[in-house]
Design a protein around this ligand. Structure first.
Ligand SMILES: Nc1ncnc2c1ncn2[C@@H]1O[C@H](COP(=O)(O)OP(=O)(O)OP(=O)(O)O)[C@@H](O)[C@H]1O
Length: 371
């Protein structure tokens, strides 16, 4: 799994080890989360992606104490969630801000009173809490609706009231499930801006399930889940650099920016100590690689003779595509010339990425087959 962030000295906001979750029992038991390992740090805005049913909501609800942890450790803001139940789970939840799609607003209360409910749970309730509620509602363009009850509000307005309620306490951890789905562009921007401000000013962490590309643009990290597992976990800055490298690869040069970023999301970081072999000449091709740091040597042996170094590849250079393009065995050995970090892409994902630029790829495939 990819994670080489610079937070080594920090206590994570969320730290998950060996998390597994099963729905049902006996013959109907289905494991929906497998061996999740994850650290998320203060001030990070993390985007959680994945196909429907891959386990995103289950993960979010376990972190949020909305369901009990069965196996593994889930530490949230220093509190172990495994073994908590009843009142202890409720207390753990109170420290968090939830933005889920079912708004759960109180129908008999006004927008401002609903937002105040977010503050009510705190012992040191500020005397000016109503004023605070009005302020945050105004910041979300609902200043003219503070005295409306939910049935007088549109879906997007209710969503913003729920967001105001979740954020008014300035929680250190915000869990959000498609927070901008019901919102127009302007409201979405305000919500995104609010999450960013909480991150920068208060070190608040946001874990957000969303497909909104505007959230992606300001996320610090993108985690992709697949069938109950974390398939990739890429810091965005690294992801952008990886996209730049990918664009430089002939085989990917005609992909759209979206397709390139999907490829980047499917790549995994691998580390090799100096002197280790990444693959041998004659091996079947299973992965494509980009050098992230360090340097590799390309060695070719002619007719079973000693291997000669034919090239050295440093940061941003790629290798391993030929065997995937032609289906032939590796035509060279690749060895780490220094401690090396490479990003690798599995053959299935490599072939899937090529599908989107077929005519050009056929041309390249022919060239590779002829050389
Ligand atoms: N309460 C439940 N009982 C049994 N199975 C459940 C329950 N909740 C979810 N599941 C199943 O667990 C799997 C993961 O569901 P989950 O809601 O976590 O996925 P998701 O990635 O959030 O999906 P979506 O994007 O559609 O919301 C799915 O196969 C789902 O059908």
């Amino acid at each position: 799994m990819t994670d080489f962030s610079s937070h080594d000295h920090q206590q994570p906001t969320i730290s998950i080890r060996g998390l597994k979750h099963v729905y049902g029992s006996g013959e109907t038991a289905t494991t929906v989360l497998h061996d999740i390992e994850l650290d998320i740090f203060p001030g990070e805005i993390v985007m959680l992606l994945g196909a429907s049913g891959c386990g995103k909501t289950t993960l979010l609800t376990l972190v949020g104490g909305l369901r009990s942890v069965q196996t593994g450790s889930v530490n949230v803001l220093g509190q172990e969630m495994l073994g908590l139940s009843g009142g202890a789970l409720v207390a753990a939840r109170r420290r968090l801000g939830f933005i889920f799609q079912a708004h759960n607003l109180f129908e008999s209360l006004t927008a401002a009173q609903n937002v105040c409910m977010g503050l009510e749970v705190h012992p040191n309730m500020p005397a000016d809490r109503y004023q605070k509620a009005v302020e945050i509602l105004t910041a979300l363009d609902l200043g003219h609706r503070v005295n409306y009850k939910p049935d007088g509000l549109s879906g997007g307005q209710k969503q913003r009231v729920a967001i105001a309620r979740a954020l008014i306490n300035k929680p250190k951890l915000i869990l959000a499930d498609e927070p901008t789905a019901a919102l127009d562009e302007k409201s979405s921007d305000k919500v995104i801006h609010m999450l960013k401000r909480l991150a920068v000013e208060d070190g608040a962490t946001s874990l957000v399930v969303t497909h909104d590309t505007r959230i992606r643009d300001m996320a610090d990290r993108i985690i992709t889940m697949e069938k109950g597992r974390i398939a990739s976990n890429v810091p965005v800055r690294e992801s952008l650099k990886l996209c730049e490298y990918l664009r430089e690869c002939a085989v990917f040069s005609t992909l759209t920016p979206d397709a390139i970023s999907r490829v980047a999301g499917n790549m995994r970081l691998e580390r090799y100590p100096v002197g280790t072999t990444i693959f041998h000449q004659g091996d079947a091709g299973d992965k494509f690689y980009i050098v992230w740091s360090g340097e590799v040597s390309i060695l070719i042996s002619q007719g079973g003779g000693p291997a000669n170094e034919v090239a050295r590849l440093g940061e941003g250079r790629y290798f391993g595509e030929r065997a995937l393009m032609t289906g032939e065995p590796r035509n060279a050995t690749v060895r780490a010339n220094s401690p090396v970090e490479v990003y690798s892409l599995g053959n299935a994902e490599f072939q899937a990425a090529l599908q989107s630029s077929t005519p050009f790829i056929e041309q390249i495939r022919r060239i590779y087959s002829q050389t």
